[in-house]
Design a binder for this molecule. Structure first.
Ligand SMILES: NC(=O)c1ccc[n+]([C@@H]2O[C@H](COP(=O)([O-])OP(=O)(O)OC[C@H]3O[C@@H](n4cnc5c(N)ncnc54)[C@H](OP(=O)(O)O)[C@@H]3O)[C@@H](O)[C@H]2O)c1
Length: 203
């Protein structure tokens, strides 16, 4: 598949690397073209499916640069969190106006099929869940059932077992996915690293 990955941070690069390993044709998007990145617009235009791996406080800017017409009708996997490091670390987790970054993106780009996914785990876990032993869970949400099925398929190709990908419902569930990151940053300090995840156990 042709995939556009918007974002040159550790997440964008990690996801792009995994997708290439799996045989996809990937272009990484950035504000400026570089040796291994193209402008956001070119990456979005290239993708049949697009990943938003930009800073969650700036995702609307990045996606506007990508261009509404290059996102319309496409699956847009939103990995972003809105973190505020102005008071140091751990950051304050913001939810953006409208409840969550995921909802805000869906509202501003109504023709994109936004699927919130992967924002609850560290980049290395996203693309190789086996680095965390045992069963653990990933959450997805979005308004379009077919888009979620496609994303779940892609996540399975990353190594996530189908029954560990929990569909939380429509894009309003992105609130919970993003709010969880406030707990995640605390846990990171307690467990002493970022290679961890949670498992939902029920009776
Ligand atoms: N780090 C993790 O393991 C992790 C885990 C879960 C979720 N996330 C989320 O995933 C996203 C990516 O995280 P990251 O750590 O890889 O990178 P990041 O530093 O949060 O974001 C880097 C990307 O954001 C773009 N960007 C920054 N300011 C911008 C602006 N004003 N306008 C347009 N674009 C702007 C940068 O563009 P340029 O390329 O032009 O510099 C770059 O491509 C974030 O939302 C983060 O919260 C991260």
């Amino acid at each position: 598949m042709r995939i556009g990955v918007l974002g040159t941070g550790v997440v964008g690069r990690t996801i792009a690397g995994k997708l290439r390993e799996l045989g996809h044709e990937v272009l990484v998007g950035s504000r400026s073209a570089g040796e291994d990145a193209v402008p956001f617009e070119k990456a979005a235009a290239h993708g049949e499916l697009v990943f938003n791996c930009t800073n969650g406080n700036s995702s609307l800017e990045a996606l506007s640069a990508a261009g509404e017409k290059h996102l319309a009708g496409k699956v847009l996997v939103d990995v972003a969190n809105a973190l505020d490091f102005s008071q140091g670390s751990p950051p304050v987790v913001g939810l953006g106006e409208g409840g969550s970054v995921g909802e805000l993106i869906q509202r501003e780009f109504p023709e994109a099929k936004v699927v919130k996914a992967l924002n609850t785990v560290n980049a290395n876990v996203m693309v190789d869940p086996r680095v965390v032993p045992g069963e653990h869970d990933l959450f997805i949400s979005g308004n379009d059932a077919e888009a979620k099925t496609r994303v779940a398929g892609l996540l399975q190709s990353f190594g996530w077992p189908a029954d560990r990908i929990l569909d939380l419902g429509d894009i309003t569930a992105a609130r919970g996915q993003e709010a969880y990151v406030a707990l995640w940053v605390q846990l990171m300090g307690v467990v002493g690293g970022a290679t961890f995840n949670i498992h939902v156990v029920h009776g």
